[in-house]
Design a protein around this ligand. Structure first.
Ligand SMILES: [Zn+2]
Length: 423
């Protein structure tokens, strides 16, 4: 039965590509974060297919679709995918309109193709074949298609987790983890995030006599100059995380070199706190000493360092500058997250992926963060498995159809084997 299902999925190229394209057409940029068009499309489809479906909308337009295909046993497997996409930016930078959903030469183009409407299309295709073949699963197959991932997830997966919608024995998130060229990985670790504002207060004065004032911009500059050296600091990293970073580079190394990035730099960046100064504001007029200036910074925190430790480090650095009138205000944070790789679920998924792809599947970490932490925090083993290339968040985002088919096959084998089934 497993073999037959995978064979049928191989013939679903057109179906999976068209699902991906239809999802792309339903624009769901975040910000602003309204995903209702895409969410209602999925909801209606799942209803038509006879699933038990509901929508959870903590704020207008921020819609989550929760669907269950009931099985006859106790086991539960959760597939999670986010419906929101980052803004497309200037359409002039795109070869095709970002929301046309163009399918051409075996590739689907458009915002969200790879991150991650493609994976959602694969999940839906897996489901449609299970239904078409009338497979009776030995447990519940659950789908959460969520909003808000790109802005932190508190209205999406975070909300579902908090409000008791998330219960499963294992979870697959369709975030990018590989492709047919490089092979597939399982992503099991990701960094935490601190978004913060550094606020500097000074005193205004006439621009011709700056010594009568206290220049807030210059104060801010002194602090930024110290903060940006945070990545130089070596942190105490769990050996397991070191090993993951190492195996990540075995996989990502060739990719990095192709883009002229030193793999060692990339690895170092993953195991330390990285800092991006993203926004700077300050001053009112050229001939006035600025009384206020602020900067927004994006600091990433590797697993093995807690968020609290990282925030303390940041505060210490700022205090250490001795610049008076400067304070740190947290805007948003998330803990680093790590899936214990000795959990049987990790190895189970890994073996399924190896069987489908015929290649070895390394466990790796990524420098960014996803919704996984919300689900792991409930004690549910969670890994990331989905199509990945260099295009997410860039112009001309794309996904090859063969990757969509490959992911659908992997999802199918995982579902059939994890839950058990009869024809
Ligand atoms: Zn994503």
């Amino acid at each position: 039965m497993e073999k037959e299902i995978l064979k049928v999925i191989e013939q679903k190229e057109r179906e999976v590509a068209s699902l991906c394209s239809e999802l792309i057409k339903r624009k769901s940029e975040n910000p602003p974060g309204d995903v209702s068009e895409a969410a209602f499309f999925v909801r209606d489809l799942l209803k038509e297919w006879g699933l038990d479906v509901k929508t959870v909308e903590p704020e207008r337009g921020r819609v989550n679709v929760v669907a269950i295909l009931k099985g006859h046993g106790e086991k539960k497997l959760l597939f999670n995918g986010h419906l929101d996409v980052v803004p497309a930016g200037d359409p002039k930078n795109w070869k095709y309109d970002p929301y046309e959903g163009r399918i051409s030469g075996g590739i689907v183009y458009g915002r969200g193709a790879c991150d991650m409407k493609g994976a959602i299309a694969s999940m839906l295709t897996t489901l449609s074949v299970i239904l078409e073949k009338d497979v009776k699963l030995g447990g519940d197959l659950i789908f959460h298609f969520v909003c808000d991932e790109e802005t932190g997830g508190q209205f999406g997966t975070g909300y579902l987790a908090r409000e008791g919608y998330v219960s499963a024995d294992g979870c697959i998130i369709g975030e990018g983890s590989g492709n047919s060229v490089l092979g597939y990985t399982l992503v099991v670790a990701e960094r935490g995030v601190i978004w913060a504002k550094i606020k500097a207060k000074g005193r205004a004065a006439h621009g011709s006599v700056p010594m009568l004032g206290d220049n807030a911009i210059l104060k801010l500059m002194r602090v930024i100059d110290v903060i940006r050296t945070l990545p130089d600091m070596e942190l105490r990293i769990d050996p397991e995380i070191e090993r993951l970073a190492e195996s990540s580079m075995e996989y990502l190394g060739p990719f990095m070199r192709a883009y002229k990035i030193d793999p060692e730099d990339f690895k170092r960046n993953m195991l330390r706190m990285s800092v991006n100064v993203g926004v700077v504001r300050g001053g009112t007029k050229v001939n006035v000493v600025p009384e206020y200036a602020e900067a927004e910074i994006d600091v990433r925190v590797p697993p093995s360092v807690s968020l609290e430790e990282a925030i303390n480090l940041l505060r210490d650095r700022i205090e250490g500058t001795g610049v008076p009138g400067v304070e740190l205000e947290l805007m948003a944070t998330s803990e680093p997250s790590y899936q214990d790789v000795s959990h049987p679920f990790v190895n189970f998924v890994r073996r399924c992926v190896e069987e489908v792809t015929g290649r070895s599947v390394p466990l790796i970490m990524m420098p960014w963060s996803t919704d996984a932490r919300y689900i792991r925090n409930l004690g549910i083993p969670t890994v990331m498995l989905g199509p990945l290339n260099e295009s997410p968040h860039m112009a001309n985002e794309y996904v090859p159809i063969r990757d969509l088919v490959m992911c659908a096959k992997m999802y199918a084998l995982i579902a059939l084997r994890f839950l058990g089934h009869e024809a």
